[in-house]
Design a protein. Structure first.
Length: 429
């Protein structure tokens, strides 16, 4: 009978990789006259690729100590669903993509049942929780990493690891033209576009987007105080991407347009909440909500980006940006004691120096965003220097290690490792 593969991703970026991986596996198996069944945790893209979704990734995507505690009952309920599906379906191999808090627990179950575990996209153990390397040593068959400095870290700790390249580095630049993007999203192409990326989790959006919007007001030269519109309830529009602005005649002076991409893992109710947050701050602003973060980064003059995968996307596209983040005071206090890296932004960690500004916790304010972003908007040394540094990062993430085919991308390499674990579909239960 065909092999069964468990594939799991808990957040927007990992869910995207999961969908690409399923498609690659299906192509390779089909070329060999084989097929497979896929089940696990994922979102709409993985479901469309062929995953039997046991648990939706959006139901598990929470971050931070206090945030997780708040959602613990729901997380535990969904985790039990995954555990039950593993017992019932007994997969031949498991591919766990990032999301260590859940996936390390699943890896322990798989190891106990003799199921090989491939972990794709390393948790940042090199930054904090290094003591958890013992979990990787005991339960992970192979660690497939997307940053070059991660491979030696794991090998030094006795873990089978391989740098496969970064999937985002292999993507071509978005093909949509500025004019087409403007038409599709009702944008004025004559304005300077600035992208605001508050993250893919609802909690991140609630914590980060309001401050980003206050910074947008500062850039647009609008008063910092806005009318109290906290009771605004957006009506269900035919298209949720339409602008949230009750009076277009009160827009700013026409200089800037602000673009807010939203993760596809957000539900309609969560998208409506974003509309509410925007409506509470947008008096006079020209704002559009769009579905394509990469296209927004490609066409924006500069961006404000929540720390996470989106910072790698911005770096690879070459869009000058400022990194921001904020968590609960308790989470931050704990993180300060255990995080042992000199930078927060992945672009800075890869470069080994500060090339993009980081505004974290108390320094994440609207005025600081304006101060750091304004020098990146006009042509000149600050903008040119950052763009050159970002290009160097792209080279680091796209240069394959010795022995890897120039024509084989990261996702295809992960698929090959996965198939090797099950004998290219020849293993039978």
């Amino acid at each position: 009978m065909p092999p069964t593969l468990f594939i799991s991703a808990g957040e927007a970026s990992g869910e995207h990789y999961g969908a690409l991986l399923i498609e690659s596996l299906k192509r390779k198996l089909a070329a060999a006259g084989e097929s497979a069944a896929f089940f696990g945790m994922g979102g709409e893209r993985m479901a469309a690729a062929g995953l039997d979704v046991v648990v939706r990734s959006e139901d598990m995507a929470v971050m931070g100590l206090t945030e997780v505690l708040h959602h613990l009952p729901g997380i535990y309920r969904e985790f039990r669903k995954l555990s039950q599906s593993i017992r019932q379906r007994r997969p031949d191999v498991a591919v766990l993509i990032d999301f260590p808090e859940i996936h390390f627990r699943l890896a322990k179950q798989f190891h106990r049942r003799g199921v090989p575990v491939i972990f794709f996209v390393s948790p940042q153990l090199w930054a904090w929780k290094k003591h958890r390397i013992n979990l990787v040593q005991r339960h992970i068959s192979k660690m497939l990493v997307i940053f070059p400095f991660e491979e030696p870290f794991y090998r030094d700790h006795g873990v089978q690891a391989e740098f496969v390249g970064h999937p985002l580095a292999e993507l071509p630049q978005p093909s949509v033209s500025r004019e087409q993007f403007a038409q599709e999203n009702h944008l004025d192409p004559a304005r300077t576009w600035i992208a605001l990326l508050p993250g893919s989790r609802p909690r991140e959006i609630a914590d980060l987007l309001p401050e980003m919007l206050r910074a947008a007001r500062g850039l647009a030269g609008l008063p910092s105080d806005t009318p109290d519109r906290s009771d605004y309830k957006p009506e269900r529009a035919p298209h949720w991407l339409e602008a949230v602005r009750p009076d277009p005649s009160r827009e700013d002076n026409g200089r800037y347009a602000f673009i807010v991409p939203l993760a596809p893992t957000l539900s309609q109710a969560q998208r409506d909440e974003v509309r509410r947050l925007v409506a509470a701050q947008d008096d006079g602003l020209y704002i559009r909500l769009v579905p394509d973060a990469r296209a927004a980064l490609h066409h924006a003059r500069a961006s404000v980006v929540a720390s996470g995968t989106a910072t790698v996307e911005a770096a690879l596209i070459g869009n000058p940006f400022v990194v921001v983040y904020r968590v609960s005071p308790l989470t931050h206090a704990i993180a300060k004691r255990i995080v042992k890296v000199p930078h927060v932004a992945m672009a800075n960690l890869i470069a080994g120096k500060r090339i993009v500004p980081e505004l974290i916790q108390d320094t994440f304010t609207a005025s600081n965003i304006v101060q750091q972003l304004e020098p990146l908007l006009p042509d000149g040394p600050p903008r040119q220097s950052m763009m050159e540094e970002l290009q160097r990062i792209r080279v680091l993430l796209t240069t394959p290690p010795d022995g890897r085919s120039q024509n084989q991308g990261a996702i295809d390499r992960v698929a090959d490792v996965t198939l090797a674990q099950i004998g290219a579909g020849c293993k039978r239960k």
